[in-house]
Design a protein around this ligand. Sequence first.
Ligand code: CO
Length: 434
Amino acid sequence: MKEKQLVQDLLDFIDNSPSPYHAVKSLENQLASYDFEQLNEKHKWELKPEGRYYVIRDDSSIIFFTTGKKSLTDSGYKIFGAHTDSPGLKIKPNPVNNVEGLIRLGVEVYGGPILATFTDRDLSLAGRISYKTPSGKIASKLVHFDQPLLRLPNLAIHMNRTVNEEGLKLHKQNELALIISTSFETLLSQQYLIQLLEKASGIKEDQILSWELNVYDTQKGSFWGDKQQFYANSQLDNLASCHIGLQAILDESALKSENTLLCAFFDHEEIGSESTKGADGSFLPDILERIALAMDLNKEDYQRILANSFMISADMAHAYQPNFPAAYEPDHKVTVNKGPVIKVNANHRYSSECISEAMFILWCEQTNTPYQKYSHRTDIPCGSTIGPMTSAKLGIRTVDVGNPMWAMHSIRESAGVKDHTYMINVIKYFFSTE
Ligand code: CO
């Protein structure tokens, strides 16, 4: 695919993935069309050489892998990791609030979004519901409201005269509730949301027991710039990296590779990764060990596999924005459309070290891909990724990389078209090289 088509494919993937549950469903659909077979953690696994498999944990984390011809003990896993979640707003359990004839839904803040960017957008809801079946079992279903449903109208400047000097500050408890309707009834029960969920899901009101709903932006992805060399959408951090891993593993060169390749995409990165399905949980160690056991390898073999493995932890990087020069480390500015970024931090907020960094540079050189190195300002706390956690848990050599982007954690982030293809090319090479 050409550069632009690859990014269009990414934008379509994001537009079809308004929540981490939908992102995993989108990935699953693509994998199924390439004959990947689903494995259930509750069942006994029988893996074939040159097989294609995937495992989903709790609907929003996914690991997919191909088993190569080469000895796994000698060659290890080639792992590409990323996350499926993005910071934003989630609906509270009893969200319906009726004041002065306006119905609002109460929200909690998930992770660290730039809250001001959620104002004046055409927002809606997506996520999953759990319900009881006629036979008394629990089942789950994805829900997705297509139409703009909700809004957080800004305060007029006439009532907030210093907004341009002081910035838009929103009180998390009092000022984030989202308007959904008008009502002349004095009391409106919590049943209102459940009735909406019935309409969207087809599951009867009295069967619906619980839900997890994300607020998302209904605006579709777009290209911009005089040559349309940039693109914008929500959730680029980190669905852009998930899309890179998927494209790379589905490439002919990777599917023909004799290596055992694995992509691991986790929910809950934005809130610290500590959960059953997060990168700091048991999901990745469990799956890596079970693959080895299903191949009749023993504990020592498994430890040898880990020692021979390599992981690329991919998460987006902070591109230079010349309007805010003071925010950046002056000698480590990274630029959109100038290639993948290698992230380095002395305090190991990123997992890169001298050797893993050198290996990634070599792969860039071998694919004629430009690369850049990033270091955060010394006087500002640096963010982190899944890399330090998974490498600490497993002892796998890891490098932290990512494509440069603007406005990380805004509801509308943007990045460069060229970088997407650059990174895919390097990951394809990583997957198919010795
Ligand atoms: Co991220």
